[in-house]
Design a protein around this ligand. Structure first.
Ligand code: COA
Length: 389
């Protein structure tokens, strides 16, 4: 049975900053951000946008035209969740009016969560013929103003409907895995800003990639030449390139050129949105499908997922005959083109205006309401979600 991604949705808030302007404001040479780190713009989420509202928006797009009576599983993968107990997936379930007879929950393993959800959904569909699953990867990456990680912030969500006989991508059962308890990146419960050992985390990402790539190659007998494109988790776009370059010499010059060109197609959206943690690998997938004109049905893609802490997984996926109808070229270009650019001072004000980490009530600023769903405020320690009408 072929199982995989039948439909995709992508959402990012309609506000961004230009990273050359941020560099100037921070006294940094702009080329460091755009060339050294590989980011041009960064999505900015006002406080009315969180993993629930962004995830619901992406899921609304992914579910368009789907038979909801087949849906048996909803997974929200996130590492910037809004409650330590209740699954944000339940708010999304209500906002989208999904059937009551479903498994609905949230899962976490840093940026690996989206892949954990995708693999769990594939197994669920295999065990329950005729059923479908919805996987949402939604995150706001926050490191703090004027920190080293600020340039790698971002916000957005990717949603995937997983089904038998998928229209876009078959997810193959060929994973190579590596897990180890390391302390490269984490976020204590008392703060919404992540802590990272930047250099160490970069080294570990590459070490985990090299490990799972070697295992995958040995297990499947495949080489780089068997892959039309290699996709990477993208905390910033230079990161995947560093990993790819550690193995590129295994390929012929022509294959190297092809893989580098496809890599460029895969990072177009991340360069403008930034890190969306659990969704970053799948943002790269959407970007590749919408910005590469040389892909064809039957092409095999290689995907490297990494979640700090840490888990690495490499697997392949095969493009299906209807992929181009399901993912039109440049389909999400308008979502990015129609965003509003913010001055750095405005971004700093929005960054400071976040919901309270204490029992007080809070009202999100209606002037910044955007997208199909909003978190209008917090009343009596309960978050208030509604359609943005
Ligand atoms: N022009 C072009 N490139 C420049 C430059 C300039 N003027 N100035 C610096 N650079 C390059 C550096 O040479 C370096 O390139 P390299 O990585 O290829 O060596 C790159 O820009 C970054 O410079 P560096 O000094 O290493 O930056 P930093 O110490 O400020 O670190 C981050 C920045 C973003 C890499 C770091 O904060 C980080 O890793 N944060 C997040 C960690 C993370 O996301 N972890 C999760 C992994 S999944």
């Amino acid at each position: 049975m072929t199982i995989g991604i039948d439909q995709l949705g992508l959402y990012t808030p309609p506000f961004f900053i230009d990273l050359r302007e941020l560099a100037t404001a921070r006294g940094v040479e702009p080329d460091k951000y755009t060339i050294g780190i590989g980011q041009d713009q960064q999505a900015v989420a006002p406080s009315s946008q969180d993993v629930v509202t962004m995830g619901a928006a992406a899921a609304k797009e992914a579910l368009a035209g789907q038979d909801l009576s087949k849906l048996g599983l909803l997974i929200l993968a996130t590492e910037s969740g809004v409650d330590a107990s209740k699954a944000g997936a339940l708010y999304i379930h209500r906002l989208l009016g999904l059937p009551a007879s479903m498994r609905v929950f949230e899962l976490k393993e840093a940026c690996y969560g989206g892949t954990a959800g995708l693999m769990m959904a594939r197994d669920y569909v295999a065990a329950h013929p005729g059923k479908t699953a919805l996987v949402i990867a939604s995150d706001i990456a926050r490191y703090g103003l004027a920190t080293g990680g600020e340039v790698t912030q971002g916000a957005g969500a990717v949603a995937m409907v997983v089904a038998e006989a998928p229209r876009i991508l078959a997810v193959n059962d060929d994973s190579a895995l590596h897990a180890d308890d390391i302390q490269d990146f984490w976020r204590p419960m008392y703060t919404d800003q992540a802590l990272a050992r930047g250099k160490y985390s970069t080294e570990q990402y590459i070490a985990f990639f090299d490990e799972v790539w070697a295992t995958y190659r040995e297990k499947t007998g495949r080489t780089l030449a068997d892959h039309a494109a290699m996709l990477f988790h993208l905390p910033y776009t230079k990161m995947g390139l560093k990993a790819l370059k550690t193995v590129l010499a295994e390929a012929t010059p022509a294959a190297q050129e092809r893989l580098l060109a496809q890599y460029q197609a895969s990072i177009q959206y991340s360069r403008r949105i930034g890190n969306i943690y659990t969704g970053s690998l799948y943002l790269g997938l959407v970007s590749l499908l919408e910005n590469s004109e040389t892909l064809a049905a039957g092409d095999r893609l290689g995907l490297f997922s990494y979640g700090s802490g840490a888990v690495g997984e490499f697997f392949s996926a095969t493009l299906q005959p209807q992929f181009r109808q399901a993912v039109p070229l440049h389909g999400h270009a308008p979502l990015l083109a129609q965003r509003k650019q913010l001055a750095i001072a405005t971004y700093e004000q929005l960054f400071a205006d976040s919901w309270p980490n204490d029992p007080s009530d809070y009202q999100s600023e209606p002037a910044w309401f955007a997208g199909p769903f909003v978190m209008s405020g917090v009343t009596g320690q309960e978050r208030q979600y509604r359609a943005n009408d």
